[in-house]
Every structure is written in C-alpha cells, then in structure tokens.
Design a protein around this ligand. Structure first.
Ligand code: NAD
Length: 492
C-alpha cells in the first residue's frame, strides 16, 4: 500500500447556500445526499433550494452587478489574484475533498485543482488585454469608431459531477473579472468541493452578491432559464440535458454555452511507437474511471498493429491498482454513484448480448478494504463494430471497445459518423497521417500522440455535433460570452 492521506472531515453536514455574502440555512424540505463513493457513506446533506431562495440569489447578483460593474478593472483583477492565492493555499485540502466526494485519485484531483487555478490566471490575463481597445480614427471624414465591451449582468453556471471545481472555473473567473455576477449551481452529486470554495470568496471579501451558490437540480436550472434578470447560462453535462437547456435558453432569449456528452476515439496507426502510446492510451480510457468528457471510449487499431495493441493494452490495463483515491498508490477509483455502476454494468451486459468479445471483465473487481465502494475494474471488449450500442452511446465508465479497421480513411469515416464530436486522438510517427487526421476528423479537440486532448485554460475548449451547442466555447472563449460589444461612432 502507498501513502494514505487523511480525510478532511468525515461529514460535512447540511450544506449552506451562499447568497449576498451570507451563509444561509435553506428552508427546503427536499434534501439530497452526497456520498463518498469508495465507502458508500453519506458525507453531506444537499438542500435543493426553494424557488424563492434561487430568486433571492439572482436578485442579490443583480443588485451586486450595479455596483460591481463600476469597480475599476484593476481592482477586480486584485480580487482574482487573492482568489488564486487562496486556491493555491487550500489546493491540497480541496483535492482531498474532491477525492472523497467524487472518487477519483488524489493525483487526478490535484490535476483538477491545477486546471481550476489556471483558469483564474487566464481570466486575469484576459482582463488585462481585453480592453486594449478596438478603435479606428477617421473611418470617414471626421468620424471615429470605437468598440466598447460591457458586462451584461447575472449569469447562471450549471455544472456536472465529474469536475466539481474545474468546470465552474471554466466560466466563473472570466464572468466576474469582466464585471458580471453569477449564481452557481454545483452538481447535486458532488457539491462538497464547491461548498469549501465558498469560504474563500468570503475570506477575500469579494463584494456581497458577486458570487452566489445555490443547490439543487432541474428546478434551479428552470429558474435560471426563465428569470428575467438572468442574461445567460453556461452548462456542462450530458447531451440530453444540454439540448433542453439550449432550447429553453433560446426560447427565453438568453445566451448559452452548452458543452455536452461525448464518445471519443483513439486511433493507433501501424507505425505508432507503442512504448510511448500504451501508457497514454490506458490513462485516456481509465483515468477518472472513464468519467470525463475527454475520456477515450473506442480504440481503433489500424491494419497489422491490431494484435500487438490489443495484447499490450490488456496487459497494461490489468496492472492498474483499484482502490480509494486517497491512497497515493491507487490508479483508479470507484465510479461516482451506485446508479452509475448499475448503468455501466448494463452496458457491459449489452455488449455481451450484441456479440462483442469480452477480453477483460471489470465487473467482479474486489477492493477488500472498501467492500461497499462502487468499484469497477477496467473492462475491454474486442470485435466491436461501429453499429453496436457500446460503440455509439456514452457509457461514462471504464469500458473500452476495440474496433479493427483496414486503414486511416476507414477510421476517420467511423469517427465522423458518430453523433458526438468532442475529441479524438491519433498515435502515429507519420507527419502525413497526423496532418490528414487533424484536417479530416470532425471533432472539437484533437490529440496527436496525446490520449486526452484537454486544452489549456488560455485556449477554448472545443466540441462539435452533439457534444456542443452554441458558438462560443468555455475557458478563454468565454470572455466574448461575458461581454457585449457596443459600437460608438463619433463625429467631432
Ligand atoms: P447531467 O447532464 O446529468 O447533469 C449536469 C447538470 O445538469 C447538473 O448540474 C444537474 O443538476 C443538471 N440537470 C440534471 N438533469 C436536469 C434536467 N432534467 N433539467 C435541467 N438540469 C438538469 O451530467 P452529469 O452526469 O453530471 O455529467 C456527465 C456528463 O457531462 C457526461 O455526458 C459528460 O460527457 C459531460 N461533460 C461534458 C464536458 C464537455 O466539456 N463537453 C465536460 C465534462 C462533462
């Protein structure tokens, strides 16, 4: 066993709402539960905020907006520096809470925190340069034109379970540094890490109402989508819910960034360097127990490398140590809920029923120290065809499907027929194959000899087809989402 880190707390009690700079006890009767998935233990109660509480949070964000937009940008940036410093200070603590509530490993959670903080840094740098001016003198006789960017007001931030701090921070720092205010609704499954971060907003004395946090699910989202004071929403989650949000945001005249589900492909060419590729591929499939929107799901082996890829992939996958992510030597934690485990097992049974060959079965994995955890081992199917349900639908768990094809054209064709278009990767030593893949494949993020094509904060987060709805993407692209351009034409 490796070094085992301690839990920050056993029980986080009933989470508070954070409205207008106050920690509030919700008066709702609807209480959800947040679990530690490695132990099947309840670690917090989650009050699903009542309608009037969400309205109050939005109202407080609106009142804060009137003042916050007048705060000089240089001062707003200083709040973000303070936020960054506190996040650095608490990073290890928050990473442990992520492990406790989500189940990923401590190394993965530390990675989440790094990306969380990088988004604060990218928001600071964007704010410094965004106002550098878009101005042209003498567009006609004695006429000058200037673009002025203005914040818009209150935004709702709706987040998924799998990155409890990073995903809200794809939007939150950009929104507030540009003068907007927000109401955040964390996932009702993993709300505990954000509950910790609230105290940082309080510690840095961010003006009241600039960031508010409420809990719940559809009812809160519906309030965001219908409340007249809300200018727009950002959503990251499944395609089913994403479509609902995009449609309703449009119907109600609200802006929306919607980043949705995925089914990602990794292509291995006959000339790939497997010594380098295999560790990267294994981590792409089984990192985060397959629960990331950039996780690999289908392994496409091209030509005569198929047997070797299969053998090495299985060998390496069998080595992964499954357990509680607070043990530093663990490679893969549990999946997030009992229901998620049931759903994933359902897909494994479906694969067998469809005639795919189960080469590695993770259903009976045992973790003796944590007998009640929602563990699944790496699972690998071979002889999968692109038409099978297991090759088409998002499983969101540690299940890999191997598809054997003749050439790169066939691989690209299969990827481009998928309903999703989040990410795809190629492993090759040929510049020709790499370039062809980059140009022809219709996904928003592309990895070349990289298994998880995760863009840094200062790049937009891509997505195509049913993986993305809207125009502007998360991370740095959101500076355009959170500002509107006013054009001033002057004769003088
Ligand atoms: P989810 O769609 O179930 O939930 C996302 C959010 O929507 C949560 O806050 C939830 O409370 C809310 N919600 C749930 N049902 C709703 C409804 N009927 N109406 C309105 N709101 C509702 O997603 P999840 O299971 O939390 O997260 C996993 C999904 O997120 C996967 O599909 C994954 O691919 C996707 N994801 C996408 C990206 C990306 O950038 N494209 C990143 C991370 C995760």
């Amino acid at each position: 066993m490796g070094k085992v880190l301690g839990e920050v707390k056993k029980d986080y009690g009933k989470l508070k709402l954070y409205i207008n700079g106050e920690f509030i006890d919700s008066k709702t009767d609807t209480i959800g539960k947040a679990y530690n998935p490695a132990k099947d233990e309840i670690i917090a109660e989650v009050p699903f905020s009542a309608k009037d509480e969400v309205e109050e949070a939005i109202q407080s964000a609106q009142e804060a907006f009137e003042k916050w937009r007048e705060v000089p940008i240089t001062t707003r940036i200083q709040y973000l520096f303070a936020l960054k410093n506190r996040l650095e200070e608490y990073s290890e603590t928050i990473a442990r809470i992520i492990v406790q509530n989500h189940g990923k490993t401590i190394q993965e959670a530390r990675g989440d925190m790094r990306r969380t903080i990088e988004n604060v840094e990218a928001a600071i740098s964007a704010a410094y340069t965004l106002y550098k001016g878009e101005h042209l003198d003498q567009v006609s006789q004695e006429v000058d034109e200037t673009v002025v960017r203005e914040p818009l007001g209150v935004f709702g931030i709706i987040t998924p379970f799998n990155f409890p701090t990073m995903v809200p921070f794809w939007f939150l720092p950009y929104a507030i540094v540009l003068g907007n205010t927000v109401v955040v609704k964390p996932s009702e499954i993993t709300p505990v890490p954000m509950d910790f971060i609230i105290r940082i907003f309080d510690e840095i004395k961010l003006p009241r109402g600039v960031v508010n946090v409420v809990h719940g699910a559809k009812d809160v989202v519906d309030e965001f989508l219908t409340n007249k004071l809300v200018q727009g929403v950002t959503f990251v989650g499944s395609t089913r819910v994403g479509k609902y949000i995009y449609e309703n945001a449009g119907k109600n005249g609200k802006k929306a960034i919607v980043q949705a589900g995925a089914k990602n492909f990794v292509v291995v060419m006959p000339d790939a360097d497997l010594n380098k590729a295999i560790p990267s591929i294994v981590s792409a499939f089984f990192g985060n127990a397959g629960q990331r929107c950039l996780a690999a799901a289908n392994l496409v082996a091209v030509g005569n490398i198929y047997d070797e890829v299969k053998r090495k992939f299985i060998e390496a996958s069998k080595q992964l140590k499954i357990g509680y992510g607070l043990d530093e030597s663990v490679d893969m934690g549990p999946v997030v809920t009992k229901d998620a485990k049931k759903r994933i097992i359902g897909y494994i049974e479906k694969g067998i029923e469809e005639g795919a060959k189960l080469l590695l079965d993770g259903r009976d994995v045992k973790v003796p120290e944590y007998p009640n955890g929602y563990f699944l081992g790496p699972t690998v199917f071979d002889e999968v065809t692109p038409e099978m349900v297991i090759a088409k639908e998002e499983i969101f768990g540690p299940v890999a499907s191997i598809i054997h094809v003749k050439n790169l054209d066939e691989a690209i064709n299969i990827i481009n027929r998928s309903n999703y278009g989040n990410a795809s990767s190629i492993f090759t030593t040929s510049g020709y194959y790499a370039r062809k893949f980059r140009r022809e494949v219709n996904t928003g993020n592309i990895g070349i000899n990289i298994g998880v094509a995760a863009p840094m904060a200062f790049f937009p987060f891509g997505g195509r087809k049913e993986s993305f709805f809207g125009i502007l993407h998360g991370q740095i692209d959101s500076v355009d989402f959170f500002t509107d351009k006013k054009v001033v034409i002057t004769r003088w």
